[in-house]
Design a protein around this ligand. Structure first.
Ligand SMILES: [Zn+2]
Length: 494
């Protein structure tokens, strides 16, 4: 969405999740229809709809598509997606549509069009829709290919896709084999440098394209360390092909920023590294951990309603725990991240007006709503985790609750929403007041006061008059165990 301020998590939109809800609850919601060609009549044929991407030009940032469809005999519209989450006007990328055999019952429908991906969009949006630049392309089937829609049904999505990479480029995609799910199919192209590994039945492919100032070996190492820590954290149970792609934005930007999207089992992260490689590396680690956690939450779940506060805010927190578990960061980095989130929360005018639960469906209503979901969501995740560890004398922690949710809902296919998540959080002890105050309510958080019982002090004498959280020099036995339970790298922040 914008350059994530240093030390703060990437402000990435995960609109995919929202779209899933549309699909589940509003299957007939008109998809931001862009282009309605005069309806064509399709005659009875075996159902097959395939598209091929050709003429990908990294220089002009354009490509061509040819589709062929044999479908039941109905009048149908060719419908391109125009809006996706915060993005709109995607349909303007499509041009030169030509249709062949529209009224010939003996032949499949054929249509061709061009896609121009060169129009600038708000930088945070680049990961949300197909993008193409001199060094990489990230193509999403969902916005590249239209749905063929009859008046009375949900439409037919492309099921067979082939992509012809430009000269010298290779391609990676989580989807393989025959039919694809057009909502989750992702194709990454470029001069890809690859690393593969497996965790149980999960196969991971990590690809880097272009220059993001972090060495390939480090990108590969980080992705693997994160995948292993998260599989351990959530208990694994997943299988199949997973993809992580790291590439530059399709056009040069200023400053450190990144944008990412996790679709199904594929993660695409675009990074503009800024001028400090070590800061870029730390930023990349945090953002990767966030996106990769989405493979579990929410992408492995059937979602019954919007509870972004949990799958975004708590995921932001889970990213920090991942890096602690993997010993990529120190406990002081964790404290600094909490303080940074709190500074943003404390400046948010909605903090005493809109609860986490209420802000979630309104995430795009305003930046303040968005920040409540992400920033307050993360702080509340931390407060819950600390309290759970204290009450259980470090026998339980927040990832244990997530692991249970994953086992009870994701692995069984039962739908989950606010009530299931709140019940799971509440089952760990007497958290009714905590949930009412901080998740369903708008009680203001006083971070320094709330952290004091855990042996964490706010040092207000630190730089620029801002508070900095520190481990208290005098810890009782329980707090010593509590803080040790976070693990992390020894020593100072890096
Ligand atoms: Zn996210």
């Amino acid at each position: 969405m914008n350059p994530a301020p240093l030390g703060s998590p990437p402000r990435i939109l995960h609109i995919f999740s929202i779209f899933r809800i549309f699909r589940i609850f509003l299957p007939r919601l008109p998809r931001s229809v862009f282009l309605l060609f005069p309806p064509v009549i399709l005659f009875p044929q075996p159902l097959r709809y395939s598209c091929t991407v050709t003429q990908i030009s990294p220089q002009s940032r354009t490509l061509a598509v040819r589709c062929e469809a044999s479908l039941p005999g109905k009048r149908m519209k060719i419908v391109f997606r125009d809006r996706y989450a915060g993005l709109s006007g995607l349909g303007a990328r499509i041009s030169s549509l030509e249709i062949f055999n529209a009224s010939d019952p003996a032949s499949p429908l054929v249509f061709t069009y061009r896609v121009n991906l060169s129009a600038p969009i708000e930088p945070g949006g680049y990961a949300l829709a197909s993008s193409l630049g001199p060094e990489a392309a990230v193509l999403y089937a969902s916005d590249l290919f239209p749905v063929l829609q009859a008046r009375d049904d949900r439409g037919v999505s492309v099921a067979h896709i082939s992509v012809e990479p430009p000269e010298g480029w290779t391609m990676a995609g989580a989807e393989g084999g025959d039919a694809v799910d057009s909502e989750t199919a992702v194709y990454v192209l470029g001069r890809l440098r690859e690393h593969s590994f497996a965790i149980g039945n999960m196969r991971w492919r990590v690809v880097a394209a272009g220059d993001v100032s972090v060495a390939d070996g480090e990108v590969h190492r980080l992705a693997e360390a994160i995948a292993r820590a998260q599989a351990e954290m959530i208990g694994g149970g997943r299988s199949g092909d997973h993809l992580v792609a790291v590439a530059p934005f399709p056009l040069p930007l200023t400053g450190l920023r990144s944008t990412g999207l996790a679709r199904g089992r594929a993660i695409a992260l675009l990074v503009n590294p800024g001028n400090d490689p070590e800061v870029a590396r730390a930023h990349l680690a945090r953002h990767l951990a966030h996106e990769m956690f989405h493979v579990y939450l929410p992408n492995a779940f059937v979602i019954s309603e919007n509870f972004d506060w949990f799958w975004e805010g708590f995921t932001r927190y889970a990213a920090l725990l991942t890096l602690l578990d993997a010993r990529e960061i120190a406990f002081q980095d964790y404290l600094d991240a909490l303080q940074s989130e709190f500074d943003a929360y404390a400046a948010n005018p909605l903090r005493t007006q809109t609860s986490l639960v209420a802000a979630s469906p309104e995430k795009f209503a305003s930046p303040a709503h968005y920040e409540i979901v992400y920033r307050k969501g993360m702080i509340v995740g931390a407060l819950y985790d600390l309290e759970l560890r204290r009450r259980t004398r470090v026998q339980r922690r927040l990832p244990d609750v997530m692991k249970n949710l994953y086992r009870d809902y994701a692995l069984t296919g039962r739908a989950a929403g606010n009530s299931e998540v709140l019940a799971a959080l509440g089952r760990e002890g007497d958290f009714a007041r905590f949930i009412a105050d901080y998740i369903e309510g708008v009680r203001e958080i006083d971070l320094a006061a709330d952290l004091a019982p855990y042996g964490i002090d706010a040092d207000r004498r630190s730089a620029r008059g801002r508070a900095r959280l520190r481990v208290s020099p005098r810890l009782n036995g329980l707090n010593k165990a509590l803080i040790s339970s976070f693990g992390g790298r020894a020593g100072a922040p890096r």
